[in-house]
Design a protein around this ligand. Structure first.
Ligand SMILES: [Cu+2]
Length: 189
């Protein structure tokens, strides 16, 4: 009797912990928890200086957060790989922020975040097809391998030669992804 009550209490505690909100997870992400956060956030301003991520090259540690701030236009971010810019990952695990950040001026009140979970390069692009943002060079990278030929400038060359951008059908994925109210309004500005 006592044991079953104790178990019920334990189960309730577990349920309350796992129900703790952590931003608004997009569907399909398999990021189990956000513990292990380093607390370091790298802000990237989307669309500053035209069809451009600023900065377009970020070096981050495992557990860091990448946070995209969206300026005027209707930009987004989606994950690709070096060989296939402007397309989501073939295995369907790419993150995609959705077109949820249309902005007339200033920056959108929401940001999009992912947590860095390994040291592999994370290539991404803006999937806006109106104006071919990716093909025009709107690509970025987290943790580029500086010893390889997979450079940002080479990525732009490949992107320029690709067809119309596609976006992932699965939101979230390997790196998770969260849309949330902008916690750092001045970051990156
Ligand atoms: Cu764009």
């Amino acid at each position: 009797m006592f044991a079953s009550k104790a178990f019920a209490l334990f189960a309730a505690v577990i349920a309350s912990v796992s129900a703790a909100p952590a931003g608004t997870p997009t569907t399909g992400n398999d990021l189990v928890s956000r513990t292990g956060w380093t607390g370091v956030t790298h802000s990237v301003v989307v669309g500053r200086g035209g069809l451009h991520f600023d900065p377009e090259n970020v070096v981050a540690e495992i557990g860091d957060t990448i946070e995209w701030h969206f300026t005027a236009a209707n930009h987004s971010v989606a994950q690709s790989d070096f060989a296939h810019p402007c397309k989501p990952l073939a295995d369907g695990t790419s993150f995609f922020a959705g077109f949820l950040f249309p902005t007339k001026e200033g920056q959108n009140p929401n940001v999009y975040q992912i947590t860095v979970i390994d040291n592999n390069p994370i290539w991404y692009y803006c999937p806006q097809t109106k104006g071919n943002h990716c093909q025009m060079g709107m690509v970025g990278v987290v943790n580029q391998n500086f010893d390889s030929q997979n450079t940002l400038s080479n990525q732009k060359v490949i992107a320029a030669g690709t067809g119309v951008s596609t976006v992932g059908t699965i939101q979230g994925g390997k790196n998770g992804g969260f849309t949330r109210a902008n916690p750092n309004p001045n970051s990156g500005f």
